[in-house]
Design a protein around this ligand. Structure first.
Ligand code: AMP
Length: 391
């Protein structure tokens, strides 16, 4: 954890960051950047995007040439808050303005096949998997890989979308058709103990820093609860995660925040996927770390020194999904911070999050309970895991 070597850099004149995507991640980037005097300009095809309240948003498709030229001419550096971007358009943008993280990282993260291959090349363990080009090949994988299996689209899946379980009882053809008729990957369903993520950041000069691992709980494929720093993480597991992150950061000559999601299986880590951007499982860093993931991403891409990634205290981050609960009880609770993204309610949509801090896990759980936020039985098990009985 912490920062590896450093050499001094100077803070230059006020700079403008162009951001592809104006969702909540872009909004939180802007919120982190204003104290440093950074300006922002967004490009997003959708109207009413969360960042629009903070900075100008050009409404155009991501591959709109005119919009890209305008963006490139008005900013010092471009970054992105989503990876579902047309790669060619971002590559052409990179001809006229620095794009961080580089498009090579984006290309890998956009394609599960490339991601797995890179991990294997860098000796980073992944779930047993196989590329498949047809339903027949997928069916054959059933005999080669330990089942049950998940069929996953190579591109475009997020929040659990773009994947389908199949085994002896579910037809491969049905799963294949449901996901679209294109090459995919199959992978074994892993009986993991828990899901952990690592937020790492690397500056222009190769300085690297990592936050403590975070424990994540999903429901219906959507992140609901993060515990940070993840309880019961041995130094060895943290170190292993950092070594894997280092290999990726160095190989990709990466600049900015990189998020890596792991499965913890019998004390070992298997990489599930990576995101070349700030991440939902890093939201706790706004109040819970010395420097937030958003600020550190900006520092990295603007060639500023990175800030400390040390945690200040234990935190639970709860996503507000689908609708926003009564906020008065939450705001009454000491150590609870509310973030709303200015989005319309819609099922399965992330509308905001609440971070609850405490001196220790007992206090975090006590405060979390007082917020009245709905915590599900599955997530309650996380409470037992940190050795605190839910009252
Ligand atoms: P992904 O889109 O790959 O991040 O998957 C979304 C969620 O599905 C993950 O956070 C896991 O909870 C679950 N999942 C994905 N792949 C596997 C797997 N191979 N075995 C078990 N659960 C998985």
């Amino acid at each position: 954890m912490g920062i590896t070597s450093s050499r001094p850099m100077s803070i230059r004149k006020s700079q403008t960051v162009g951001v592809l995507g104006a969702g909540q991640l872009g909004r939180m980037l802007a919120l982190a950047g204003y104290p440093l005097g950074i300006h922002f300009s967004f490009l997003d095809p959708s109207g009413g995007a969360p960042a629009a309240e903070l900075a100008p948003v050009m409404h155009a498709p991501y591959d709109d040439e005119e919009a890209l030229v305008r963006l490139a001419s008005s900013v010092d550096v471009v970054t992105y808050e989503i990876e579902a971007l047309p790669l060619k358009a971002v590559e052409s943008l990179a001809q006229s303005v620095p794009v961080c993280p580089a498009t090579s990282a984006l290309a890998v993260a956009q394609d599960r096949l490339e991601e797995k291959r890179l991990c294997e090349r860098l000796d980073i363990p992944v779930v047993p998997w196989h590329p498949v080009a047809s339903p027949e090949e997928a069916a054959e994988a059933l005999t080669n890989l330990p089942g049950p299996l998940l069929l996953k689209r190579r591109r475009g899946g997020y929040d659990g979308r773009g994947q389908s379980l199949f085994d002896d009882t579910v037809s491969v053809e049905d799963a294949w058709r449901a996901l679209g008729n294109e090459p995919m990957i199959v992978e074994s369903v892993v009986d993991f103990q828990r899901e952990l993520s690592l937020i790492a950041v690397r500056g222009f000069d190769g300085v690297r820093a990592t936050y403590p691992l975070v424990e994540n709980h999903h429901r219906d494929g959507i992140l609901r609860l993060s515990l940070a720093p993840a309880p019961r993480v041995t130094d060895g597991v943290q170190r292993t995660a950092e070594i894997y992150a280092d290999r990726l950061l160095q190989h990709l000559d990466y600049v900015g925040v990189l998020t890596i999601e792991f499965f913890e299986v019998a004390g070992e880590l298997m990489l599930n996927e990576m995101a070349p951007r700030v991440h939902n499982s890093g939201h706790w860093t706004i109040e819970g770390a010395e420097t937030s993931q958003f600020e550190n991403h900006l520092r990295a891409i603007l060639q500023l020194p990175l800030g400390s990634t040390d945690a200040r205290c234990p935190c639970a981050m709860v996503n507000l999904v689908g609708d926003i609960p009564l906020l008065a009880p939450v705001l009454h609770v000491q150590g609870a911070s509310v973030h709303l993204y200015g989005k319309e309610s819609r099922p399965a949509r992330k509308l905001g999050h609440v971070t609850v801090r405490g001196r220790n896990w007992e206090q975090v759980w006590d405060r979390l309970q007082k917020t009245g936020l709905a915590i599900q039985p599955d997530e309650l098990r996380a409470c037992e895991a940190v050795g605190v009985e839910w009252p």
